[in-house]
Write a protein that binds this ligand. Structure first.
Ligand SMILES: NC(=O)C1=CN([C@@H]2O[C@H](COP(=O)(O)OP(=O)(O)OC[C@H]3O[C@@H](n4cnc5c(N)ncnc54)[C@H](OP(=O)(O)O)[C@@H]3O)[C@@H](O)[C@H]2O)[C@@H](O)CC1
Ligand SMILES: [K+]
Length: 501
C-alpha cells in the first residue's frame, strides 16, 4: 500500500469525489461513519462522557460528524470547538449547523478560554488537526493538548494525532496528542510508524474509506507500507517440476566461543525459508549440537573451535548470511574480511559483522553491491552515526544506501527496508519479538530467500514481513512476554501459508 504526502492525499480525495460523483460532505460522512463504527467497539461498558475536540478544518468536520453519530445513539457528548483560526471549512460548517440544530452541547475554546476539567474516566476524541497541520500549533492548543495528555483519558485520534507533522518531528516544546487509538483514513502516513511519535499513535487502524484505488496506484511515491496484499505480490509460488537445485544453496557463517545459539537459530530459520540447501560455517566445537538441532543442515569445514574461518568454499553459493554471534575479535575481523572480499554476490550482513564494519571503515569498500544489512538501532547508529530525529535518520540511511549501493533493513517496532530513496515500512510484528535471537531468525530467513533468486529488495521485504507475521501468529497461543525466537521459527510455515490464502 502506498504512503502518500499531504498534497497527494488531497489530490486523491478530490479525484475520488469527482469520479464517484459525490460531494466532499458525503465523503466526510462516509469516513466518519466508518471511524465511528470502530470507535463503538472500544468504548467503555461503564457510564462515560465523551469530549470531542474539534478544529475548524476538515479534520474537525470529521469530529463533528462523529459527534452526530454518537448523539443519535444517545451517547453523552460535549463538543469543544478549538478555534485556532476564524476560517471554518464548508463541510465543517454544515456539520456544525446540523449539531446545533440537534441541541448538542457545544463550547467555544479560544485563546482566552479557561481549561475545562476532564477526568481519566472520560473519553476524548481528537479532531483538532489532521493532515493539514503545516506549522507550529498556537500556544493555547499546545496547552490544551498538554493538559489532556496529563490526565490520560481514553483517547482516540481521527486520521492523525493532533500535533503530528507528516514531514518533521516536533521540537521538544511542541505537544502531540497522545492517543490510545488512531483511526487513519485510506492510506497510512509515514510519521505514524516512526519511533519519535511512539507515544502518540497507540493502536493504529487504517480505514478504507473507498477512495479511488486506480488513482491511488497511479500516484508515485517512494514510500510503501508492506501489508499482506503487497507481500503476496512478491511471493513466488513453487513449481511441481522443481528440485532442490531450483531453490538455491544458502551459506550461513556465524558463531563464536560463547555465542553458538545464534547461528543454530539462523540455520533453522533458513531451512524453513524454502531454500534448497543450507550449509553452515561455525566453530567446530558445536558441530554436533548443530546437527542434533537440524540434521538437514550441512557443515563447512572450520578448523577453529572458537571463531569462524576464512572463506574457502569449493562451490559458489547462491547466498551468504554472515555475522550472527561472530564477536568482534581480530580472528572474526580477518575472517569477515575474507568473506567480503571473496564473495561474488550480495551478502546478508548482520550483528557483529555490522559492528566490525562500523569499527573498521576500510571494510566498507569490500561490501558487495546490493548486500542486505540488517542493523538494530544500536548497530545502525554505529554504522551511520547518531541522528537528530527520525527524519534525519531516514536521510542518513538513504545516503548510506546510495553511497554503498546496499539495502538497509533497519529493525524497529515498524521495521524499515531502505534502498536508495525507496522506503518499505513493515506492517507486521509486535513487542514480544524484542527478544534474544529474533534477529538471528530474520537473518537466516532472508539468507534463505536470497538464495532462491528473489529479485532485488524482495528477500529483505518478504523476510521482514514473514518474520513479523510469524511473531503475530505466535501470539495466538502465547503472550508477548513468553515469546522466544524459536517460536518464530515454528510459525514460519504458517506465515508462508498466509501468502497463499
Ligand atoms: N484525505 C481524505 O481522504 C479525507 C480527509 N478527511 C479529513 O480532512 C483532514 C484534512 O483536513 P484539512 O485539509 O482541512 O486540514 P486540517 O488538518 O483539518 O487543518 C485545518 C487547517 O488548519 C490550518 N493550519 C495548519 N496548521 C496550522 C497552525 N499551526 N495554526 C493554525 N492553523 C493551521 C491549515 O490551513 P492554512 O491556514 O494553512 O490555510 C489547515 O488547512 C484529514 O486529516 C481528514 O481528517 C476526511 O474528511 C475525508 C477524507
Ligand atoms: K486529529
Amino acid at each position: 500500500m502506498k504512503i502518500l504526502d499531504a498534497s497527494q492525499l488531497a489530490e486523491l480525495d478530490q479525484f475520488s469525489i469527482d469520479r464517484q460523483n459525490i460531494s466532499s460532505w458525503d465523503l466526510m460522512e462516509r469516513a466518519s461513519k466508518l471511524a465511528y463504527l470502530r470507535l463503538k467497539s472500544i468504548l467503555p461498558t461503564s457510564p462515560y462522557k465523551v469530549y470531542i475536540l474539534v478544529g475548524p478544518g476538515n479534520n474537525g468536520g470529521d469530529g463533528l460528524a462523529i459527534a452526530n453519530f454518537m448523539t443519535l445513539e444517545g451517547v453523552d457528548v460535549e463538543v469543544i470547538l478549538v478555534n485556532y483560526t476564524e476560517t471554518r471549512s464548508e463541510d465543517n460548517q454544515s456539520n456544525l449547523d446540523r449539531l446545533k440544530a440537534a441541541k448538542v452541547k457545544i463550547i467555544d475554546f479560544n485563546k482566552a478560554s479557561q481549561l475545562f476539567k476532564i477526568t481519566s474516566e472520560d473519553v476524548v476524541i481528537d479532531a483538532i488537526f489532521g493532515v493539514g497541520l503545516n506549522r507550529s500549533m498556537p500556544d493555547f492548543v499546545q496547552d490544551l493538548i498538554q493538559y489532556i495528555n496529563s490526565v490520560s483519558p481514553l483517547s482516540i485520534s481521527i486520521d492523525v494525532p493532533s500535533g503530528m507533522f507528516l514531514d518533521r518531528i516536533p521540537s521538544a516544546n511542541e505537544q502531540v496528542f497522545q492517543s490510545d487509538y488512531t483511526y487513519t483514513f485510506q492510506t497510512p502516513k509515514l510519521s505514524l510508524f516512526l519511533p519519535d511519535y511512539a507515544n502518540s499513535v497507540g493502536h493504529l487502524d487504517i480505514i478504507d474509506i473507498g477512495l479511488d484505488k486506480e488513482f491511488l496506484n497511479s500516484l508515485s511515491s517512494d514510500l510503501t507500507y508492506v501489508d499482506l496484499e503487497s507481500a503476496k505480490k512478491r511471493y513466488r509460488f513453487r513449481s511441481r517440476f522443481s528440485h532442490k537445485g531450483t531453490y538455491g544453496h544458502a551459506v550461513l557463517v556465524g558463531g563464536s566461543q560463547l555465542m553458538l545459539g545464534s547461528i543454530i537459530l539462523a540455520a533453522k530459520s533458513c531451512m524453513r525459508s524454502g531454500v534448497g540447501k543450507t550449509s553452515v560455517m561455525m566453530p567446530n566445537k558445536a558441530h554436533l549440537t548443530m546437527i542434533q538441532h537440524q540434521p538437514e543442515v550441512m557443515l563447512i569445514d572450520n578448523s577453529s573451535s572458537h571463531f569462524i574461518s576464512y572463506h574457502s568454499l569449493e562451490f559458489e553459493p547462491n547466498s551468504v548470511g554472515i555475522g550472527v554471534g561472530i564477536g568482534t575479535s581480530t580472528e572474526a575481523f580477518d575472517a569477515l574480511k575474507s568473506w567480503l572480499v571473496n564473495s561474488k554476490s550480495p551478502l546478508v550482513i548482520d550483528a557483529d559483522a555490522l559492528n566490525l564494519i562500523a569499527k573498521h571503515e576500510s571494510l566498507l569498500d569490500f561490501i558487495p553491491k546490493k548486500s542486505i544489512l540488517t542493523p538494530h538501532p544500536g548497530e545502525l547508529k554505529r554504522l551511520i552515526g547518531a541522528w537528530k530525529d527520525d527524519f534525519d535518520k531516514l536521510k542518513k540511511i538513504k545516503s548510506f544506501s546510495k553511497k554503498l549501493d546496499v539495502i538497509i533493513l533497519a529493525k524497529e517496532a515498524y521495521s524499515l527496508c531502505v534502498y536508495k530513496d525507496q522506503i518499505y515500512v513493515n506492517s507486521t510484528g509486535n513487542s514480544g519479538m524484542a527478544t534474544a535471537g529474533s534477529g538471528d531468525v530474520l537473518t537466516g530467513l532472508i539468507t534463505g530467500l536470497l538464495a532462491q533468486k528473489y529479485s532485488s529488495m524482495d528477500p529483505a521485504i518478504l523476510g521482514m514481513f514473514l518474520h513479523g507475521l510469524a511473531g503475530d501468529l505466535a501470539l495466538k497461543w502465547m503472550s508477548e512476554e513468553s515469546l522466544i525466537a524459536s517460536d518464530l521459527i515454528d510459525q514460519l510455515g504458517h506465515s508462508f501459508l498466509k501468502l497463499k490464502d
